[in-house]
Design a protein around this ligand. Structure first.
Ligand code: ES4
Ligand code: ZN
Length: 374
C-alpha cells in the first residue's frame, strides 16, 4: 500500500514535490499560519488571472456531466477518480487534464463549469478574474466554438449579476497541437471576440516555443486582444523562451515564468517593461532543474522586485485548493507577510485588462479593505 510516508520517502530531491495531490501534503493549508493572517486573506479582495476553466472541473461535476451526456467514465466513484490524479511533471499532468475534459460537450456544460468556478471564486472574495479556456480540445470533439464561448459568457453574466464577481475570458492556444489548428481556433473565435479579452499559450512547452505563435499573436492583437504566454518552470530552453516572449513577441503578461530569476538581464527587462507574472505555487512553486538548492519561486521573484500575482491554476486537479488555500500555503512556504500579501493583491488589480477607470474602482475596494483592517 502506498502511504504518504512511503511516497514521500520514495521521492528524490529531483522530483517535483509541489505537484503532489492533497493526500500527500503534511498539513491543512492554514496549519501554522497566524489566525489573524488567515482572516486577513479570506477577507482580502482578490483577482485571479491564471485559472484554466477546464482545470476547475471537479470530479463530482465530471460524473454529473457524464451522466447527462450519456458517457461512461472508467472510475467507480468520485474517490477513485480523485485517486487517479497522480502526476509528476507537466506532460503527465496534461494527460489527466485532457482526458477529464471529454465530458464537456454542450453549451450548458460550459455554463455549469464556468458558473461553478465563479461561485467558488466569489465565495473566497475574488472580485475580478480573467479565466483561460482551451477551445482546440473541444473543437476536436465536434463542439462548436459558439457553444463553448457562449456557455461561458452566459455564466459570466449570471455570476456578475447574482454574485457580483466580474470576469473576462482568455482563449489559450494548445501549443503542442499544430499551428494550423491554433489559427483555425482563433479564426473560429473572432466572430465572438467581444466576449474575449486576450489570447494565451498553454500545454506542453517542450519543442513548442512561443515563436511558433507569432502570427497568431499578431492577428489577436490586430483584433484588439491582449497576449499572454505560459512559461512553465524548469522547461528545456526556459530562459530562451522567456526572452522570446518578453523581448521579441512583447507579450503583455507571463504565466508562471519563475526561471526568470536565474537571469538578471531578463529580470531587468521585465521590470523595465512593468511585466506582471501570474504565479501558481501549487504547480510551479519551486525551481529544481540543474541546481543544488531548490529555489522558492514566489519568494525569489518578490525579492527580485518583480510584479507577482498568485493564482490557483487547475484547482480541481490540485487537491481542490482554490485561491485562499493557495495563498495560505504561500504564506508558509514563501514566508509571505501581510505587506507582501497586500502588494500581491494590489499587483492583481493593477494588472487587470480593464479600462483605467474600472481598475481604479476595483483598487479602491482593495484600499478600503486594507484601511479597514490596518
Ligand atoms: C496548464 Cl499549469 C499548465 N501549464 C501548461 N498548460 C496547462 N494547461 C492547464 N494547466
Ligand atoms: Zn496554467
Amino acid at each position: 500500500m502506498i502511504t504518504r510516508r512511503t511516497l514521500m520517502a520514495g521521492l528524490t530531491a529531483a522530483t517535483t514535490l509541489a505537484m503532489l495531490p492533497r493526500w500527500a501534503y503534511a498539513a491543512a493549508p492554514a496549519e501554522g499560519v497566524d489566525p489573524a493572517l488567515v482572516t486577513f486573506i479570506k477577507g482580502l479582495p482578490k483577482t485571479e488571472y491564471h485559472v484554466h476553466l477546464e482545470g476547475t472541473l471537479e470530479a463530482e461535476m465530471k460524473f454529473a456531466l457524464a451522466k447527462r451526456n450519456g458517457l461512461n467514465l472508467p472510475f467507480a466513484d468520485v474517490a477513485a477518480m480523485k485517486a487517479s490524479y497522480q502526476y509528476h511533471d507537466l506532460p503527465s499532468f496534461l494527460a489527466i487534464y485532457y482526458d477529464g475534459m471529454k465530458v464537456l460537450l454542450r453549451e450548458q456544460d460550459f455554463y455549469d463549469l464556468a458558473y461553478a468556478y465563479l461561485a467558488k471564486a466569489a465565495s473566497q472574495n475574488v472580485i475580478y478574474t480573467e479565466m483561460f479556456f482551451d477551445p482546440q480540445e473541444h473543437l476536436k470533439r465536434g463542439v462548436a466554438m459558439e457553444a463553448v464561448i457562449m456557455g461561458i459568457t452566459r455564466a459570466r453574466r449570471d455570476a456578475e449579476a447574482k454574485l457580483g464577481i466580474r470576469s473576462q475570458l482568455i482563449l489559450c492556444f494548445v501549443r503542442d497541437l499544430t499551428a494550423e489548428s491554433a489559427m483555425a481556433a482563433l479564426d473560429a473565435a473572432l466572430p465572438f471576440k467581444q466576449h474575449l479579452v486576450g489570447v494565451g499559450l498553454d500545454s506542453d512547452e517542450a519543442g513548442h516555443p512561443p515563436e511558433k505563435f507569432a502570427a497568431h499573436f499578431a492577428k489577436a492583437r490586430a483584433n484588439g486582444l491582449h497576449v499572454t504566454a505560459h512559461c512553465d518552470v524548469d522547461q528545456v530552453d526556459t530562459l530562451k523562451n522567456i526572452r522570446t516572449a518578453l523581448v521579441d513577441l512583447k507579450v503583455d503578461r507571463i504565466d508562471h515564468g519563475g526561471n526568470i530569476v536565474q537571469s538578471p538581464e531578463l529580470v531587468a527587462i521585465a521590470k523595465q517593461r512593468g511585466m506582471y507574472f501570474t504565479v501558481c505555487p501549487t504547480f510551479s512553486g519551486t525551481l529544481r532543474r540543474g541546481i543544488a538548492q531548490p529555489v522558492d519561486v514566489v519568494r525569489s521573484m518578490l525579492d527580485a522586485g518583480l510584479k507577482v500575482t498568485i493564482s490557483s491554476d487547475d484547482p480541481a486537479y490540485m487537491a481542490s485548493e482554490y485561491i485562499n488555500e493557495v495563498l495560505l500555503r504561500a504564506v508558509s512556504r514563501s514566508k509571505l507577510t501581510r505587506a507582501d500579501l497586500a502588494g500581491i493583491a494590489r499587483n492583481g488589480f493593477e494588472a487587470a485588462w480593464l479600462p483605467a477607470a474600472d481598475k481604479t474602482a476595483l483598487l479602491a475596494r482593495l484600499e478600503a479593505y486594507l484601511a479597514s483592517v490596518a
